[in-house]
Structure formats: structure tokens, C-alpha cells
Design a protein around this ligand. Structure first.
Ligand code: HSE
Length: 338
């Protein structure tokens, strides 16, 4: 049994972590919810018990004898407190981008590169990849093994939950304002997204970097190589859509070998945590309303390119708070204790 801390316990991912640790019956001896000083005293529930949130400090990990510390409170919080947690002897499973590209920190999707968990002890930290990367590499891994992927073009359709609880609230507020259910806010009022998100799509997530690429897009480029241990070229266009909590991705893979749709369906269906929904005759394919609140990456619309026998197209969907964040973190912890 383990003493487990969650830094960022009152956020969207923190709340989901509590649910998933309980659902998966993770061997928790003591659960310590942590947050910044302004959330201290708020209550969270775990296994029917009401727990008061404590302040996240450097000392709390030693005081509470924490074995496993999940961090989901933003990069600057991880930068400040994750090293203290590791120094106090905890394994840190960090959901932020702060340590992801550090060569001494493994970046892990347990279905794809579980062997990298063994490197955790270099810094005491294991990084959880970005949500859009996680669901993509879970669908790429079996196809890479079968056909040898050289290049990936991907367009994402990312849910507002990727921007946290505030992003979800902003979509709700704007929808209410649009439909006049609530008159004290205007649809133009916004804090989280760069433009109105209700009834819109925004081809811009996180800040712009060199060459017109966004930080979100470059995360997919760099993290994919690190997780898959392969020099796969990735060209993403990341788009925010007014969907609540499941990200979708339209993916094209360019392979070394000729692709085969039936074989692609077979290797995907046999891969851990993937479900194939692909029946055009019955209008069956993955959608956010199917994936939401589940732990699977759904894949469908699998088809060969019209021109090049080495090119395959498909569409995937997964719940970004679960598969793309909290469930992946708990799966890492499960492998770590194995
Ligand atoms: N960066 C992602 C998004 C969240 O904005 O959708 C993934 O954790």
C-alpha cells in the first residue's frame, strides 16, 4: 500500500485522478490532496471519505511520507515542487510539459514504451505526455510495428477541457449567452480562448513559436519521437473545437511498406486500450460522445490513400482528461509498482 499525494487536486485532472485511483482500486494507504494556499481547506472525496486539501509545500512530502506524487497543477508548480517531492523519496508522475524533454526523465505511455519507466530513478520523475500525443502514439504504435511509419500528418480537433475547468466554463457561458439562457454575460466575453469558442473552431492552441508552429503542435512533433524511439516526422495542425472533453485526430501515415486496411484493423483491435469502430455501411465511426468517460482510444475511418499504396488514413478519438492525462498517469503508477 502506498501514500499518494495529488498536487493540483482541485483541478479537472486532479479530480479525475481521485476518481480513477478509486475505480482501479489502486493500493492507496493514505491520500493527501494538495493545492496552492488559496485552495487550502477545500474538500475532496476519496472512497467515501471527505479529505481537506493541504497546502503544497516542499516539506509536505517528507512530513506525509509520500511514496507517489501526481502533479497536475501547471509547469511552474512542477518546476518548484517536483524536485522536493523526488528528494523526499517519492516517485513523481508529472502531467505538465516542464520535464518532458529532459533526457534524464522518461516520457511514458504504458501501452507504447513501458520499458522506459525503469529510467525514473535518474531524477525521481516520470513525465506524462501531452494529451494529443498520448492518443496519437497509442494508435500509431501497432501500425508502426506493422508497416514502418516514416511520416505523420495530423489535424486535431481538441476539446475545451484541454484548457482546464475554465475552458469548459467558458464554452458553457458562451452557449448560454448565445441562446439567451443567461443574460448577464455576453458571448464576446472570454478569458481562456483567443476567440469565441461556441459555434466556432480556432486553429490555435497555446502560443506561437518559430516558423508559425504552435507550442501544442511542437509538443506532438518532439514527444512522439521520444516515446516511440523513432525518427518519425510529424506535421500537426492543432485546432480547438467546441467539444467538452474528447479530442479527435484525423491522421495520415506514410509508411515504408504497402498498407492493408484489414491488417490495420486487426493490429489496432489487438492493441491494448484501442477499440476499432469502423463500419461505413452502418455509419459507425469514433466520435467524442462515444469516447467520453472511457479509457479507450477509438479508431475508425481506416482507408487506403487513393494514390499511394504506402499511405493510410484514419480518425481517432479519446477522452483527454482520462486517456490523455489522468488514466495514463495512473497506468504509469501501476507499472511502477509492478
Ligand atoms: N494541451 C492540451 C490542450 C491539453 O490544450 O488540449 C493536454 O493535456
Amino acid at each position: 500500500m502506498y501514500n499518494v499525494a495529488i498536487a493540483g487536486a482541485t483541478g479537472a485532472v486532479g479530480e479525475e485522478l481521485l476518481r480513477i485511483l478509486e475505480e482501479r482500486n489502486f493500493p492507496v494507504k493514505k491520500l493527501v490532496p494538495l493545492a496552492s494556499a488559496r485552495s487550502v481547506g477545500r474538500e475532496v472525496e476519496f472512497k467515501g471519505e471527505v479529505l481537506k486539501v493541504k497546502e503544497l509545500t516542499c516539506d509536505v512530502f517528507k512530513e506525509e511520507e509520500i511514496d507517489i506524487a501526481f502533479f497536475s497543477a501547471g509547469g511552474s508548480v512542477s518546476a518548484k515542487f517536483a524536485p522536493c517531492a523526488a528528494e523526499a523519496g517519492a516517485v513523481v508522475i508529472d502531467n505538465t510539459s516542464y520535464f518532458r524533454m529532459d533526457p534524464d526523465v522518461p516520457l511514458v505511455v504504458p501501452e507504447v514504451n513501458p520499458e522506459d519507466i525503469a529510467l525514473w530513478n535518474k531524477k525521481g520523475i516520470i513525465a506524462n505526455p501531452n494529451c494529443s500525443t498520448i492518443q496519437m502514439v497509442i494508435s500509431l504504435a501497432p501500425l508502426h510495428k506493422e508497416f514502418g511509419i516514416k511520416r505523420v500528418d495530423v489535424a486535431t480537433y481538441q476539446a475545451v477541457s484541454g484548457a482546464g475547468k475554465k475552458g469548459m466554463e467558458e464554452l458553457f457561458e458562451q452557449m448560454r449567452a448565445l441562446f439567451n439562457f443567461k443574460l448577464d454575460k455576453k458571448v464576446e466575453e472570454r478569458e481562456v480562448f483567443q476567440h469565441q469558442i461556441a459555434l466556432n473552431v480556432i486553429p490555435h492552441i497555446d502560443k506561437f513559436m518559430d516558423g508559425g508552429w504552435t507550442k501544442e503542435e511542437l509538443k506532438m512533433v518532439n514527444e512522439t519521437k521520444k516515446i516511440m524511439h523513432a525518427d518519425i516526422q510529424v506535421a500537426p495542425t492543432c485546432v480547438r473545437v467546441p467539444v467538452l472533453r474528447s479530442h479527435s485526430e484525423a491522421i495520415t501515415i506514410y509508411c515504408e511498406k504497402d498498407v492493408d486496411v484489414d491488417r490495420a484493423r486487426e493490429v489496432l483491435a489487438n492493441f491494448e486500450d484501442v477499440k476499432v469502430i469502423d463500419n461505413p455501411e452502418k455509419n459507425e465511426y469514433p466520435m467524442p460522445i462515444i469516447a467520453t468517460d472511457t479509457d479507450y482510444v477509438y479508431v475508425g475511418r481506416i482507408r487506403k490513400d487513393l494514390y499511394d499504396p504506402k499511405v493510410l488514413h484514419f480518425f481517432n478519438v479519446a477522452d483527454q482528461i482520462r486517456v490523455g492525462a489522468a488514466t495514463n498517469a495512473v497506468r504509469i503508477a501501476e507499472k511502477w509498482i509492478e
